[in-house]
Design a protein. Structure first.
Lengths: 259, 304
């Protein structure tokens, strides 16, 4: 069956959502992943948007942004940013999605700049709500194109904290987050155009969980800026089902986000 | 007392050089583009812009040389990606150097909320471990006196003026806004002055028929501008949809500096006001963005 890399990423993202969960939905692919999860395995999940929206049905039209009018129509709550991110700060939100320009082996994400703070080579838009989601959600799923310059040993700027770095006080991982004072959370999945990673909570390191059909451990390694560690059950990514593809193409018939 | 002013007069009176302005506060919706264009036409300088994401509004003001400092979570073009003028300003100081004080959507909301509550700062556990506080001198990681744990202190930000686009207002500035609010209410309550930009001017009776929908007290409002279509290309719930193609065209056109300058000339400097802008946009485009199917809320009973 034919499908695009982005369609497979949407499927992998949707599979992160368990039924009944409260999900902080980001932009682009997660917008479709939320709709896909709702219509397949997670009919009881609810979506929150940092613009200040809560809904339990996917919007009736493809969304270019979370602030599009169809995302407000038939929503369950139209409120403020502080209220919805505040809910996440209290620990109520199970899963959040974010994207970024570059990520490192400890799941630290950069959406701020490439190069030096004072004289950036490329100035990126910034956190938006990304740093809040990375700080406060119970679990974090990150979506990024898989290129060697994007998956680095260490990012130039930690916009959204993952599992930090080893330092004189201890290792990276959950213990690093606790040392910083973060209340919970950390990356649980890194979804790329070539693979899906999980994370070792003790060391904070990304583990290759699966490589997409047509790719391989070797190709993933060639496109990754750190020495891969494989998860114990590392295998090929399960491809999209016909049903999953049908729902995605119903949500995004022109392929605005998924082609 | 009527506070109705033209956009030209409202900007001339309440947005001086050097002002700090909270604008574009509901994230992607209700962005006061008409106000920003008037600020550019009046050649304001050394402004500080305060907001969450602003979509392309901050990018335009930066490119026009109006801005000295940004206090925001994100600057770019939401459906397209990077903001080319923001890049030129921060990477190459074109057309002038720009200071960025990075925030997140939560912390910029908390900073305005703190000002709205008269609090010096609000503590949060968000952004601990992020590099953002290391590069923003106004965000401080301290040890909480209550439990000895690290905590981020987000100091209050009081804008000189908040410019807020709403669906409808009376002439005094009693305004109804619906849909998601982003950090609009926090900004209105925090700001010293407020300019309300409304799609429709309605009778006071319409406003007081539904006081739960009122954003904040009219005594903070200095000017009310009647500006139909004033948020385009951003959406206004119940009035018009987002013009996705316009954002794409802006992104493509402004990639090079000369392209931005042409865009600026065409869409802002050669256009005297929003009515002329909408005429330039054309009836066909406007019709395509119109609400296709109205969805009215059930009435509520405020009787006694």
């Amino acid at each position: 069956m034919d499908y695009t890399a982005k369609e497979l990423m949407v499927v992998c993202a949707a599979r992160q959502i368990q039924d009944g969960e409260r999900v902080f939905v980001g932009m682009r692919l997660p917008l479709i992943a939320f709709a896909l999860a709702k219509r397949t395995h997670a009919p009881n999940c609810v979506g929150l948007f940092e613009s200040g929206t809560l809904r339990d049905t996917p919007a009736e039209q493809l969304l270019y942004t979370m602030g599009d009018a169809p995302n407000i129509t038939d929503s369950l709550w139209a409120t403020s940013t502080v209220n919805v991110i505040g809910l996440m700060a209290t620990g109520e939100i199970n899963l959040g999605f974010i994207g970024g320009a570059e990520i490192d082996r400890y799941g630290n994400l950069n959406t701020s700049l490439i190069g030096d703070w004072q004289e950036p080579h490329v100035r990126l838009p910034g956190s938006g709500g990304g740093a809040d989601i990375a700080s406060l959600a119970q679990r974090l799923a990150i979506i990024i194109p898989h290129e060697r310059h994007r998956l680095r040993e260490r990012v130039d700027f930690v916009t959204s904290p993952g599992y930090g770095y080893p330092d004189e006080q201890g290792s990276a991982g959950v213990s690093w987050r606790l040392r910083q004072g973060l209340p919970r959370g950390g990356p649980s999945a890194l979804i790329t155009t070539l693979a899906v990673f999980t994370f070792d909570l003790a060391t904070g390191e990304a583990l290759l969980q699966s490589y997409h059909p047509g790719s391989s451990v070797e190709e993933v390694q060639a496109q990754t800026g750190w020495q891969l560690r494989l998860a114990p059950a590392c295998a090929e990514t399960i491809p999209p089902s016909a049903e999953e593809l049908a729902v995605i193409r119903q949500c995004d018939p022109q392929g605005v986000w998924t082609r | 007392m009527t506070k109705l002013l033209s956009m030209r007069e409202a900007i001339a009176r309440y947005v001086p050089d050097g002002a700090s302005i909270a604008i574009g506060l509901a994230l992607e919706a209700l962005i006061p583009h008409a106000a920003a264009h008037e600020i550019i036409r009046q050649r304001r300088r050394d402004l500080t812009l305060i907001g969450p994401i602003s979509d392309i509004l901050f990018d335009q003001l930066i490119g026009a040389g109006c801005v000295a400092k940004i206090q925001a979570a994100w600057v770019g073009n939401v459906s397209e990606g990077l903001g080319h003028c923001y890049r030129r300003a921060t990477e190459k100081a074109i057309p002038r150097p720009l200071i960025t004080e990075s925030q997140s959507n939560f912390t910029i909301g908390l900073a305005l909320f703190a000002a709205a509550m008269g609090a010096p700062y609000i503590p949060t556990r968000s952004l601990l471990g992020s590099d953002i506080p290391r590069h923003n001198p106004n965000l401080r990681v301290e040890t909480s006196p209550l439990d000895g744990e690290p905590v981020l202190l987000v100091p209050a930000i009081q804008p000189d003026v908040a410019i807020i686009h709403v669906q409808r207002s009376d002439e005094e500035g009693n305004a109804h806004l619906w849909g998601n609010t982003g950090i609009t209410q926090e900004a209105m309550l925090a700001a010293r002055d407020v300019i309300i930009v409304a799609e429709e001017i309605v009778e006071r009776a319409v406003i007081i028929s539904d006081p739960n929908r009122v954003l904040g007290p009219a005594f903070k409002v200095r000017a009310v501008v009647h500006e139909p279509g004033g948020a385009h290309p951003a959406p206004v719930q119940g009035y018009y949809n987002r013009d996705h193609a316009f954002y794409h065209e802006y992104h493509t056109a402004t990639r090079a500096l000369v392209g931005y300058q042409e865009w600026l000339q065409t869409w802002i400097l050669d256009v005297p006001d929003r009515a002329a802008y909408l005429a330039k946009l054309g009836e066909q485009c406007w019709q395509a963005l119109a609400v296709k199917e109205h969805r009215y809320a059930a009435p509520v009973d405020y009787g006694y």
